[in-house]
Design a protein around this ligand. Sequence first.
Ligand code: 3PG
Length: 306
Amino acid sequence: MKILVATEKPFAKAATDGIKKITDKAGYELVLLEKYTDVNELYTAVADVDALIVRSDKVTQEVIDAAKKLKIVVRAGAGYDNLDLKACSARGIVAMNTPGQNSNAVAELALGMMVFMARNSFQPGTGTELKGKKVGIHAYGNVGKLVAHLAKSFGMEVFAFDPFVPAAEIEKEGIHVASSIEELYNTCHYVSLHIPATPETKQSINYNLLTKMPKGGCLVNTARKEVIHETELMKALDERTDLKYITDILPDNHAEMVSKYGTRYFSTAKKMGAETAEANINAGLAAANQIVDFLTNGVTKFQVNK
Ligand code: 3PG
């Protein structure tokens, strides 16, 4: 069996070393395609592999067509909007993610981003504290739960909105449940986004929601660019000169936003939420173990295209 790790944004060496140990033990061959710049390199590399590990790399219909022997693809991470699930299913290819494995890294970044914005983007001047401020967790999954936990330790008052999680489960953690998205944005100084990019959520964070935020409101996006309605976000930032936006996913209009909004806006240059040695190791090794479990024992836990 041949396993390919195809990562445009490579794992830390400790992670690929760990993956190799797992695949060696199972008697499989491991191939790495790291930092590729041309998708044709990916098409060539997948041609004879049985299993594929990716990060945010796009596994399109073309990739699936080129991967004649592919049986399983694992997205080493949480969001699997980069996988063409229909194309996988049509070929009987199992698609998985590794939920929870990089959540702590993302949650720590979200809190760091709040501190950064509260302190004038680390520019001279008087900032504010997170303590006593209201933070909204949108939505309460693996990352959202950890952000809520960390925010509580900062002395923040935590609210959450997640229609898929029973209210009692949220309330038992000392977190207020917002009964609607509008209520969450209306109430919270900070809103931290943790929704996946799906047809329902795409462009759902819009002018109407953002302009509901209290004075000085700050949106923190460590989720996906696609969930933001960027034109409406800019309209909100234009009209409400107190609003702030910080993101880990470079917006389409980044240059314009830098020049227009100054310290009210910040974006990382390349998504770095899961860029810690720990998260790379957790997600990478989980992906390798899931592949071995599937190829040797048919285990389909974490399959996302059932
Ligand atoms: C995820 O969905 O797990 C995160 O967005 C991390 O993505 P990355 O592997 O591209 O850093």
